[in-house]
Ligand binder design. Structure first.
Ligand code: PLP
Length: 498
């Protein structure tokens, strides 16, 4: 299996090259040249498997230059019992009727990013041994909150790696900030930037492709790589849980093998939903993928009209991990859906960089709409959904999950398409205690510090507090750097002691 670039099809690399490098030289994203096909028999044979074995079954089709021993080492290390609080790793919970929730937040940082970022450091170090022997990999991360912590936790004290994380100074929840600024490990650094997530992400992408900076790193025997979902190694682990939830739905008698399901994903950078698209293309019977956005609804507009326009107000919402106006992974979808037309993709991305806007052909958007539906939820709707779901089903959603639940309810009301459905739940409600508590209490949020807020939410709802969040109370803050977005490259050198 080889990988190419969305902006230059003449490029051909192995999985380990794609993962070690992170992003293609000319700025394109690595994509598989073809997709492995899973028959229904093969999918059925995965029903009796553990999550780890399901992961091996899917991943070995993509990571064909990894030996079986290497793959076993990676997958068993990533999804070990001491790191995930649920033995099923990513459990599917039936809410009522055909409505199911796929809980992706039982990992060490309580957000779905762990599903990929527990595995990525293993994939990266194995890949680096094959392709960049002896180099120190510097992981540069722009985060809207959850990626940063999950990447820090995944890479901490991993030999021959360093990790630097940039987050928007006012763009993350207090719990997310504490999780990052208290991070332990000898190869980690964290810095706030004056700007929003898109500023951080754009600056990081620029640093990655800056020949001058790369040359300076190379002199020190270092190379950059990415833990953001522009890295193929972030996406491929996410394909697994779509197969896994389908198998669990069979075990739970929600569906029979071969039945179609719908999937609803709270979306930011389009990584999670794109993994669902790959699963569908591989033969998993997914009918419609519903893309759920918050008030930053640039993707809703794109999927409804074919025009992507980031020139709009940016809202800071209670679902900060979705406060994104440039969804990087849409580029991969455009590549596949346009018949792998690298010229078209390169041109659209150039327009996006220059004017913040592009329009795709009628044919292309119609094809996309045959698979993707889209909607968004306002802040008020998110609050109501958290409260209603708790009151009615005794199920506590975080703010991001509530966006998806609301968009799903609207989707069913509009289309009557209520076949068995999986809604991705992307974070523990305790990562966003203040917003969730205020929603549950109908808008009357008490003035409490973050930890008392957690206790109060626990008292009011009875939902379990994840141990990694409860334990933060005793950790000390290690990182308080703040820099302007223009100065990020200097900060990188400073944090690397160069
Ligand atoms: C990152 C994140 C999202 C968005 O996922 P994408 O893959 O960027 O679309 C949604 N919810 C939470 C809690 C997240 O951390």
């Amino acid at each position: 299996m080889f990988y190419t670039s969305t902006r230059d099809k003449s490029i051909k690399v192995t999985a380990s090259q794609a993962i070690a490098q992170g992003i293609s030289e000319e700025g394109g994203l690595f994509v598989p040249c073809e997709l492995p096909q899973f028959s229904m028999d093969k999918i059925s044979s995965m029903v009796s498997m553990s999550y780890i074995d399901r992961a091996k079954t899917v991943l070995k089709e993509f990571l064909t230059d990894f030996t079986e021993e290497e793959l076993n080492y990676c997958v068993e290390g990533a999804y070990s019992a001491e790191k995930f609080s649920s033995p099923s790793i990513a459990p599917t919970v039936n809410i009522s009727g055909n409505k199911n929730i796929l809980e992706l937040w039982h990992g060490p940082t309580c957000a779905f990013k762990d599903m990929a970022l527990q595995l990525l450091p293993y994939l990266m170090t194995v890949s680096a041994k094959k392709t960049a022997e002896g180099k120190t990999i510097v992981i540069l991360v722009a985060t809207s909150g959850d990626t940063g912590k999950a990447a820090l936790e995944g890479f901490k004290d991993v030999d021959d790696t360093k990790i630097l994380v940039f987050y928007p100074v006012d763009g993350v929840s207090p719990m997310q900030k504490l999780q990052m600024t208290t991070q332990e490990g000898n190869n980690v650094a964290v810095c706030a930037i004056n700007g929003n997530f898109d500023d951080a992400q754009s600056a990081v992408k620029k640093i990655f492709t800056d020949a001058d900076i790369k040359a300076q790193l190379a002199e020190k025997n270092m190379m950059f790589s990415s833990a953001n979902s522009i890295n193929w190694g972030r996406l491929v682990p996410q394909i697994v849980y779509y197969f896994s939830t389908y198998c669990d739905m069979i075990s739970m008698n929600n569906i029979k093998a071969g039945d179609e399901i719908n999937v609803v994903v709270p979306t930011g950078n389009f990584g999670n939903i794109l993994a669902g698209y790959y699963a569908k293309k591989m033969g998993l019977p997914i009918k419609t993928l519903v893309c759920a956005s918050n008030s930053n609804n640039v993707l809703t507009d794109f999927l409804k009209t074919g025009t992507y326009d980031k020139n709009r107000s940016f809202y800071t919402t209670t679902s900060p991990s979705m406060d994104i106006l440039i969804s990087s992974n849409l580029e991969r979808l455009l590549y596949h859906m346009s018949g792998e037309n690298d010229k078209v993709v390169a041109d659209l991305m150039k327009q996006l960089a220059e004017s913040g806007k592009y329009t795709v052909s009628d044919m292309l958007i119609k094809d996309i709409q045959a698979t993707f539906n889209a909607g968004f939820a306002s802040e008020e709707e998110v609050n109501d959904t958290i409260k209603n779901h708790f009151d009615k089903y005794n199920y506590l959603c975080d703010t991001h999950t509530a966006v998806a639940v609301k968009v799903y309810d609207n989707y069913v009301a509009e289309t009557n398409d209520d076949i068995p459905t999986v809604i991705d739940s992307t974070a523990s409600p305790y990562k966003f205690s203040k917003s969730v508590l205020s929603a549950v209490l109908g808008g009357n949020s008490p003035e409490l510090d973050e930890f008392n807020m957690v206790d109060k939410l626990n008292e009011v709802t009875g939902a379990d507090v994840p141990a990694p969040l409860a334990n933060l109370k005793d950790k000390k803050v290690r990182f308080s750097n703040v820099c302007d977005k223009e100065n990020m490259s200097e900060m990188v050198f400073k944090l690397l002691n160069l």
